[in-house]
Unconditional design. Structure first.
Lengths: 259, 259
């Protein structure tokens, strides 16, 4: 069979088209293909030029998010299947809503919340990363708590960039873990706390990449730290997320949607 | 008219369903509605429970990404329009590809690249943020260069989280800007450099939020810094992106796709 190329085409960044495309393609097990993301196809001329490029592929398919019908029409000149989200849904949606669609290529789609909210949240996450500036914890929407290397930093950055949430993160150190309760500075913001935990084996693996063969990285120490952290968090009624097999996006979605 | 609620429903994080949904809804100007993102609907039972919840809305519509047909069927019991990406495309795509779809709810879709690649990239971006650890610039896939507050940090974090790219960022200080060429430490990695610039008015606004009324934030100083930075970057043949009206996602897409 001739090699298949799947083009993810968008009038904006291509992030949504690629996400939809990868998700659709993941249904077809054993299928071999390469993918190409083509963003910013926001004029018929650009679509026209892209058609010439697509025609060079021996076998191709397009998955796209193109708002403007004229640009979609141009793209469909390539005589290969074009699966477009707007083409599929705009008309039936318009019929249900009783409102005509207005096409404007290149509209922002993808991330939620306004630019400034998200940038403020990123700056906040960096300012309070890893227990820095604890006096600013009051400004946080959420405070992620867990042992060192439990994945708090990437989750707090993703919460900021994707959801515009101000997420602080606070590492439970061996000193904290030896105390009878969570640190005072955290208990003052109890409703905002979210615990992150993971399997000791996975934690040991992550820590060994950083400090191989150390006490810090040993499975026994990881076990003890995690046991102490989980006990302390649940005793204070803090919801704890088990993250061993979860991606940053999944953990963030669980936190935001509170399940 | 009764208030419209649009449910973005997903068997995974809901990020793609919400992105598709917002993008589709943005076509309908003047339409009033509220939205609710419901992630992790990955069993028929969860879909069944959701249907009861949807029925409580006086007027509702669903935009969804549900891989499993049984779960979709359950969701459609709510007797309101369900616009599902898999429902629309799986069959025609399967007919073209000659491969039957295999439904597995909750598959990872959304971000590209493996988990470890992206986490390494986040840790790298943090380690070399704002000119820290310049001896590690050789490890970078890309080095963002621009004046203070030109937006380098959020773009480098987004490149790491979304694309798994190791992006360093290096601020051009007044000292650097007084020199005849870019700093040696940057010129050693010329092919990796990408300039970020913006309108002096916007830069002054951003800086004034941080240090109001300072020389650093004055429009005149912002003008001078930007002029010097742009001159230095273009003299070295570094591609420069004008970011005044662009979001972090747009800047990142331009960098990754090289347009």
């Amino acid at each position: 069979m001739k090699e298949l190329t799947v083009f993810f085409v968008s009038d904006h960044t291509g992030v949504t088209a690629a996400a939809v495309g990868k998700s659709l393609l993941s249904q077809f097990r054993g299928l071999e293909y390469k993918t190409l993301t083509i963003p910013f196809i926001d004029t018929p001329d650009k679509a026209h030029a892209l058609v010439s490029r697509i025609r060079e592929s021996p076998r191709a398919m397009v998955i796209s998010t193109i708002t403007d019908q004229l640009i979609r029409t141009e793209l469909k000149q390539c005589d290969i299947p074009v699966f477009d989200v707007f083409e599929a849904f705009s008309e039936p949606m318009s019929a249900f809503l009783g409102v005509a669609p207005a096409a404007t290529a290149g509209q922002t789609h993808g991330m939620s919340n306004s630019y400034d909210t998200r940038m403020d949240a990123v700056n906040f996450a960096l300012a309070v990363d890893d227990g820095l500036n604890p006096e600013r914890l009051g400004e946080a929407d959420l405070i992620l708590v867990g042992v060192s290397r439990a994945g708090k930093t990437p989750v707090s950055l993703y919460l900021a960039l994707q959801y515009g949430r101000k997420a602080a993160n606070y590492p439970l150190t061996p000193d904290d873990l030896g105390a009878p309760t969570l640190p005072e500075v955290l208990l003052a913001h109890k409703a905002k706390l979210r615990g992150l935990t993971l399997a000791p084996e996975r934690l040991a693996q992550i820590r060994n990449e950083r400090l191989p063969g150390s006490h810090y990285s040993s499975l026994e120490n990881c076990r003890n730290e995690i046991r102490a952290a989980e006990k302390m968090l649940t005793a204070s009624g803090v919801p704890v997320i088990e993250s061993t097999r979860k991606s940053v996006e999944e953990i963030a979605a669980l936190i935001v949607h509170g399940s």
